[in-house]
Ligand binder design. Structure first.
Ligand code: ATP
Ligand code: MG
Length: 345
């Protein structure tokens, strides 16, 4: 049976890229015959300093975004990472499986650490190992994420494979099927027209929570007039829209706006260009504003309503954590046996 896991960091400023590249697809996954776990990864968030006075609010806001988007907390398991201790426990064991050379190749660390790499936290460096633990604590088979997480998912597969190999004898000795491996080799689900939503100010940079310019992104809680202003100011080139996808090559800003439109409307880029090929950006942007507001206005107001009642949100997270732990705890018990730890009777 399929098991789906994914997470979003409570680092503030949830944006359209998070929605189209991740959260909207989490909702779609619920239609499959699969158990879905959606996690607010607060332990990942603190790899960069977070204001403790703000963090709780950010955790509740991501939870609210999940719920407002249509994730059903009865059918799916919605929880925050720090309430389930197995994530950190498995991450330590994986720290001893993953190789320094593998982590040295991770581009997100290089981007986030910037020039002052000596001063980055060990947590930021080990981030992808914790992510592997998030996924494999549930032995998840499918992980829907944006394109930027592709390299981390490859690392997750490498860690699973190396654990399965390094401990193959012990895995069989403990009655698990060593042939199929103890950990599954997880399938990344990356795709659709919004797998990589770009900054509205620079078509070569990913739309990101941490971009200093608020005009670079559409936040999920932006009001209609703010959305309109940001789309109108979005960088474009002087040409009209092409009539075929091939014509978007070398035009990152045009490609981005067409991709966003397609994802919001649940159609392909080709279909968008069938309707808007030859149109000027001014006309296309007006249609995009209308579509974005139609989707985001109800989402944003439902998020605001939900965060106004932290008691209800915290109860959903507590219930989710209990159900998540019920899946992760037996995995960790088995892992500790496989590794050779002496267990309490
Ligand atoms: P941060 O800058 O703090 O890393 P982020 O915007 O990258 O924030 P994350 O919490 O790291 O957000 O990622 C949550 C999910 O959103 C991941 O699946 C990630 O791939 C996806 N995602 C993030 N940015 C984009 C984007 N611009 N386009 C598509 N998907 C994205
Ligand atoms: Mg990120």
């Amino acid at each position: 049976k399929e098991l789906v896991f994914s997470g979003v960091q409570p680092t503030g400023n949830l944006h359209l890229g998070n929605y189209l590249g991740a959260i909207k697809r989490f909702v779609d996954m619920q239609a499959r015959d699969a158990q879905c776990l959606y996690c607010v990864v607060d332990m990942h968030a603190i790899t960069l300093w977070q204001d403790p006075a703000a963090l709780k609010g950010q955790i509740r806001e991501v939870t609210a975004a999940f719920l407002a988007a249509g994730i059903d907390p009865k059918r799916s398991i919605v929880f925050n990472q720090s309430q389930v201790p197995q994530h950190a426990e498995l991450a330590w064991i994986f720290n001893c499986v993953a190789r320094l050379g593998w982590l040295n190749r991770m581009t997100q660390f290089k981007d986030k650490a910037g020039k002052d790499r000596e001063n980055a936290s060990i947590g930021l460096y080990a981030y992808p190992v914790l992510m592997a633990a998030d996924i494999l604590a549930y032995r998840a088979t499918h992980v829907p994420v944006g394109e930027d997480q592709k390299q981390h998912l490859e690392l997750t597969r490498d860690i699973a494979q190396k654990f399965n190999n390094d401990f193959s004898e012990s895995i069989s000795a403990h009655g698990h099927d060593a042939g199929s491996g103890f950990f599954p080799i997880t399938e990344p689900l990356i795709g659709g027209p919004a797998a990589r939503v770009m900054s509205l100010r620079d078509g070569t940079k990913k739309m990101s929570k941490s971009d200093a310019s608020d005009n670079s992104r559409i936040n999920l809680t932006d009001e209609a007039d703010t959305i309109a202003a940001k789309v109108r100011k979005a960088k474009t080139d002087p040409d009209a829209l092409p009539s075929e996808v091939a014509g978007l090559a070398g035009r990152p800003e045009a490609d981005n706006l067409v991709g966003i439109f397609a994802a919001l409307k649940d159609v392909s880029r080709d279909e968008v260009l069938r309707d808007y090929g030859g149109a000027q950006f001014s006309a296309f942007k007006s249609a995009l504003v209308e579509l974005a507001v139609e989707t985001l206005a109800p989402l944003g107001s439902e998020m605001k309503r939900l965060v106004s009642d932290p008691v209800e949100i915290d109860a959903i997270l507590a219930d989710g954590a209990e159900r998540a732990e019920a899946i992760a705890a037996p995995t960790l018990d088995a892992v500790k046996d496989i590794v050779g730890f002496v267990r309490r009777g």
